[in-house]
Design a protein around this ligand. Structure first.
Ligand code: KIV
Ligand code: ZN
Length: 509
């Protein structure tokens, strides 16, 4: 059996569906470029029929990405498939990914269709998709709760209608490795045309078994895995790309399988995602967490000093965790900064964007001795990959004390070219800043979440702040970084309001 495993990344589709992970078009494009550098085989860029924003993002990614496939998701109905084809037809390597539920519970209550009607829809939808696009994938949604013989029938119908990839998702994260592997093997063994397709798995992590189920399915003959960076996705998330790839690499003795992934791009990719969505990587996250390669206990440290392999099953370098020797500081010139940006994967910044980033790096280097890779990424993401702001924070001054007195904030905002200033109070300096900004804008969003994360170590580290706000049933998450955490809090709040306003405008169109 072929030992090549195809990596289908759905960070921009299933991942983006997870709460707080919404990305704008620039951010999606940047992440897609990074996924291409990482070496994934297929990027699922979105669900074009779900909104105009998704359609535009999928189309932009399809036009930009040249070295891997770009897929768009479509329900197994003509209108969705047409819309998806409209978004991906310019891709160098397009793929239509169409899905329909096959479990008794989904067919009866969600689709309200008899099994034969579902088979007819699969046949018609896949045939139509194949008439448009050279590569068609069919997913039997909720496969892990479907009847195994019905799955064989559905797979056979889809392959005969032109699908060359059959995905058997564990949509609700219900599967257990042994049962799931047995199901995948049963379908492959009993579908008489299974040699004409690659079998794929797509697992959700509701029971914390996404990676285990995915690996078990590979042992059973699946050769495509649908995964996301850092495992972001619906509910408890999807199978994590970096965990599957490093399991295959580290335990080659067991799996003997190959991917096309450049593993030293794993950490930069997950870090970029974290910067974009404003969700820090948890310290104990496998592979990429801050503690994943930290050795605290004396016995472990002693062992590590004698031979790293006593306590380390993979090296930090193998996932791209060690920064390069090129240190950026206030004396660094344009060449060094350009070089560093290239190392970090920013190959296509325009001259104008480069100047913006260069000036921001110099300004930061004036405040901090050493500017780390993480700082630079935060600056690039913050300065370049964001939509033009409607509201802009111009200046902020706050005062707080240990005495029994409220904190004060004075703020200047730019709104449509006009500068507005106000001052006010709050329980603490962040509360005061948020109150004043809300007051200037004449809005009163509720702050649902507020989190501060130090991007690098040291007291001069940049503080990255994430703020989620809610107003009139709409939520938006803003983020910003600055070496002053009150300033980054105010910027993150303004960013959240900008995103909320954009959502309101989208809803009205
Ligand atoms: O979880 C799922 O079943 C999906 C399908 C659309 C593949 O995301
Ligand atoms: Zn899913």
């Amino acid at each position: 059996m072929d030992n090549r495993v195809y990596i289908f990344d759905t960070t921009l589709r299933d991942g983006e569906q997870s709460p707080g992970a919404t990305m704008n078009l620039h951010e999606k494009l940047r992440l897609a470029e990074q996924l291409e550098s990482l070496g994934v085989d297929c990027i699922e860029a979105g669900f074009p029929a779900s909104s105009q924003g998704d359609f535009d993002a999928v189309r932009a990614i399809a036009q930009q990405i040249k070295n891997c496939q770009v897929a768009g998701l479509a329900r197994c109905i003509r209108t969705d498939i047409e819309r998806t084809w409209g978004a991906i037809k310019d891709a160098a390597h397009p793929r239509i990914h169409t899905f329909l539920a096959t479990s008794p519970i989904h067919m009866k209550y969600k689709l309200r269709k008899e099994p034969q009607e579902v088979l007819d829809m699969i046949e018609e939808g896949v045939r139509f998709a194949s008439s448009l696009c050279p590569v068609v994938e069919f997913s039997a949604e909720d496969a892990s709760r479907s009847d195994k013989d019905f799955l064989v029938k559905a797979s056979t119908v889809a392959i005969n209608a032109g699908a060359t990839i059959i995905n058997l998702p564990d949509t609700v994260g219900y599967a257990i490795p042994s049962d799931y592997a047995a199901l995948v093997k049963y379908v492959i063994d009993n579908c008489e045309v299974s040699d004409k397709a690659i079998f794929s798995v797509h697992c959700h992590d509701d029971l914390g078994l996404g990676v285990a189920n995915t690996l078990a399915a590979l042992n059973a003959g699946a050769r495509q895995v649908e995964v996301t960076l850092s495992g972001i996705g619906e509910r408890a998330g999807n199978t994590s790309l970096e965990e599957v790839v490093m399991a295959l690499q580290t335990r080659k003795d067991i799996f003997d399988l190959e991917t096309n992934i450049h593993s030293e791009q794993l950490f930069p990719s997950c870090r970029l995602l974290s910067m974009i969505i404003g969700q820090p990587i948890p310290a104990n996250k496998a592979i990429t967490g801050g503690n994943a390669f930290a050795h605290e206990s004396g016995i472990h440290q002693d062992g590590m000093l004698k031979n790293r392999e006593t306590y380390e099953i993979m090296t930090p370098q193998s996932i791209g965790r060690l920064g390069s020797d090129l240190v950026i500081g206030k004396h660094s010139g344009r060449n060094a900064v350009r070089n560093k940006l290239e190392q970090l994967g920013y190959h296509s910044l325009s001259d104008e964007d480069f100047e913006t980033v260069f000036n921001a790096i110099k300004a930061l280097a004036d405040k901090k001795k050493v500017v780390h890779d993480e700082d630079i990424e935060a600056l690039v993401v913050g300065e370049i990959y964001r939509m033009p702001d409607i509201y802009k924070l111009l200046s902020i001054a706050v005062q707080s004390s240990t005495e029994n007195m409220p904190a004060t904030a004075a703020i200047a905002l730019e709104i449509d070219g006009e500068i507005k200033r106000k001052a006010g109070f709050g329980v603490g300096p962040v509360d005061a800043a948020f109150n004043v900004i809300a007051n200037i804008l004449g809005r009163s969003p509720e702050v649902e979440r507020y989190a501060v994360n130090a991007i690098t170590g040291g007291t001069d580290a940049q503080g990255e702040v994430t703020v989620r706000i809610m107003e009139n049933g709409l939520t938006a998450t803003g983020r910003a970084s600055d070496s002053d955490i009150i300033t980054s809090s105010a910027k993150a709040y303004v960013d959240a309001v900008n995103r909320l306003v954009r959502k309101e405008q989208e809803d009205n169109n």
